[in-house]
Write a protein that binds this ligand. Structure first.
Ligand code: PGA
Length: 249
């Protein structure tokens, strides 16, 4: 079955390092049936365009402004990344929510701006350890989805991938158990079913992220309800990432 394999570079690597990475990934994953997406820093996107156009590897950014243009020093707009051939953008990553104080309202506006510019959205949701320990994880994720997807039409969900990323599993080496991942992804589908329709819940693309690596990716992806993975640290090693990308699931 086809899976979605997303690499999130975060603030790692230099633009000049993307050329060998991109060429190697494109070669190693040639013929793969999976959807392969990398999200390097903005500064790498023109390199991605040069070396990934026409390959089976799509690329995107890790953030955008919610505004279209204007006096916003240091911001990058959806149309700018689109102009560099980006197809995707990650929105609402927990690092942005925590460190840059991104609220659900802002995340919602960014999603609308991305979709209006023809970008596909990778929307990250996930609970903290405290929320999980207080047994509020399911209610928390449902509310995140309700707020983040407010005003998004059902036909736009084709352009949205939900990434379930429990915050306590990101960069910690501790993945959620398969049982927890499946239970949360089913909860996400149910919530989208409630917000839109049964069909929307069923057809929604939902991936898991949080310490995915060569030792655990197969097990995580073995369940049908898990449509893919969002890989942070482990995607920086092109050989390891290529293995996950070319696997026949
Ligand atoms: P990680 O990061 O794989 O390094 O845990 C995942 C993410 O933040 O998207």
């Amino acid at each position: 079955m086809k899976k979605i394999i997303i690499g999130n570079f975060k603030m790692n690597t230099k633009p000049s390092e993307l050329k060998p990475y991109a060429m190697s990934l494109a070669t190693k994953t040639k013929g793969s049936k999976n959807d392969i997406i990398i999200c390097p820093p903005y500064t790498h996107l023109s390199v991605a365009r040069e070396f990934l156009t026409g390959s089976g590897v799509a690329y995107g950014a890790q953030n955008i402004s919610d505004e279209e243009k204007g006096a916003l020093t240091g911001e990058i707009s959806a149309s700018m990344i689109k102009d560099l051939g980006a197809t995707y953008v990650i929105i609402g990553h927990s690092e942005r929510r925590a460190k840059f104080k991104e609220t659900d309202r802002l995340v919602n506006r960014k999603i609308k701006t991305a979709l209006a510019n023809g970008l596909k959205v990778i929307l990250c949701v996930g609970e903290s350890l405290q929320i999980r320990e207080n047994r509020q994880a399911y209610a928390f994720i449902k509310k995140e989805l309700d707020d983040d997807l407010k005003g998004i039409y059902e036909n736009e969900l084709d352009s949205v991938i939900i990434a379930y990323e429990p915050i306590w599993a990101i960069g910690t080496g501790k993945t959620a158990t398969n049982k927890d991942i499946i239970k949360m992804i089913e909860t996400i589908r149910k919530e989208v079913e409630y917000l839109y329709s049964e069909k929307a819940g069923k057809e929604l693309s939902v991936v898991y992220g949080g310490s995915v690596n060569l030792n655990n990716y197969k097990k995580i992806l073995s369940n049908e309800t898990v449509n893919g993975v969002l890989v942070g640290g482990a995607c920086l090693d092109v050989d390891a990432f290529a293995v996950m990308c070319r696997e026949n699931y």
